[in-house]
Design a protein around this ligand. Structure first.
Ligand code: ZN
Ligand code: ZN
Length: 337
């Protein structure tokens, strides 16, 4: 049985994109575009192993913070942690220039509430791949925070403060990268780096890669891959996207059961974010990780049995058709004079 995704409503994208509140603002495009343009700086600053390793390290640490904290913690509350860890993770999250955790969680909760149906602002089936990837957050509606979606976080003063001053994150990273590069260039010249080189790689390249890695979950995870569960949206499971996003590519699993900390439900569905969270649990940094309910595994088993039965039936039908064709061919041969 092929599970049918939610039918895409026939909505007029042009009308949607030009509706009040959905027009893309130059003021929001410029900072987003500037971070991309910084990447061009590699032409002038070159590269060094120091810069590349730092860029990759920042990519993975911050991807983990986005997936584990912005997504699985602030949006879905799939585990618990202390107020200090919560704030540190929230601050690291802001360095990705994806605004604060409250804005992020509010939009994400809205996405789960209306997945691939009109109030969902980043559905590729409704509004197209580009809009769902990087159009929706550049318009007025995308920039707003719907506080009604996040009453739990609106009560935490330090998070509300960080939300207001979320630009401190990217500014700290930009200045820190430059400063670290300058210090290394001055005191450890053998490492072959400089202030501008570290600024370009650690702030520009790493943040841009992180942008598009994260955004694939809004665009491609609702477009490519397989569907295990018949959810009422287009979500899919993809190994490729899971590698890129440290486990977020098991998006059909996640839409079926958003309240569990684990998104890869089996050992072969790699989910590095979950492994790191388990390691953090061993050190007492997080706790109460919500497991996948037994009922979900039962549903998955039923799905696999159905798929196996259908493929067996398909194979049998094809075999019978081949046999029938062969016998028709042979009787035709015999009748020929
Ligand atoms: Zn989704
Ligand atoms: Zn989610």
């Amino acid at each position: 049985m092929v599970m049918q995704p939610a039918p895409a409503a026939s909505l007029d994208l042009t009308r949607y994109a030009t509706a009040p509140g959905r027009r893309i603002r130059v003021a929001s495009v410029l900072p987003y575009l500037s971070i991309h343009l910084i990447c061009l700086g590699v032409i002038w600053v070159g590269w060094s192993w120091t810069a590349i390793i730092a860029c990759a390290g920042l990519f993975f640490v911050r991807m983990f913070v986005i997936t584990a904290f912005y997504h699985r913690y602030f949006s879905h509350r799939t585990f618990k942690t202390s107020r200090a860890v919560q704030f540190i993770a929230a601050f690291i999250g802001t360095t990705t220039a994806q605004r604060g955790p409250i804005w992020w969680a509010a939009h994400h909760r809205n996405h789960h509430r209306h997945s691939d149906h009109p109030p969902d602002v980043h559905s590729p089936g409704l509004w197209g791949l580009i809009w769902s990837h990087m159009g929706w957050f550049l318009c007025d509606d995308g920039l707003k925070t719907d506080w009604k979606q996040v009453p739990d976080w609106a009560k935490v003063p330090e998070l509300v403060w960080l939300e207001r001053w979320h630009l401190l994150g990217p500014i700290t990273l930009a200045a820190g990268s430059f400063g670290a590069g300058w210090a290394l260039g001055t005191f450890a010249p053998a490492l072959g780096t400089s202030g501008w080189q570290m600024f370009v790689w650690c702030f520009g390249v790493s943040t841009t890669l992180l942008y598009h890695g994260t955004f694939t979950i809004n665009s491609l995870a609702h477009t490519i891959g397989r569907r295990r569960f018949a959810t009422s949206d287009d979500s899919r499971n993809s190994l490729l996207l899971s590698i890129l996003t440290l486990g977020e590519g098991w998006h059909n699993n996640h839409h079926h059961c958003p309240g569990t900390v684990r998104q890869g439900f089996y050992w072969w569905e790699i989910d590095p974010t979950y492994y790191v969270l388990r390691a953090m649990r061993a050190f007492g940094l997080v706790w109460d990780l919500r497991p996948v309910p037994e009922r979900v595994y039962r549903e998955a088993r039923e799905h696999h049995t159905r798929v196996r039965e259908e493929s067996d039936r398909g194979r049998r039908l094809r075999r019978e058709a081949r046999r029938a064709l062969r016998s028709t061919h042979q009787s035709g041969e015999r009748e020929r004079p």
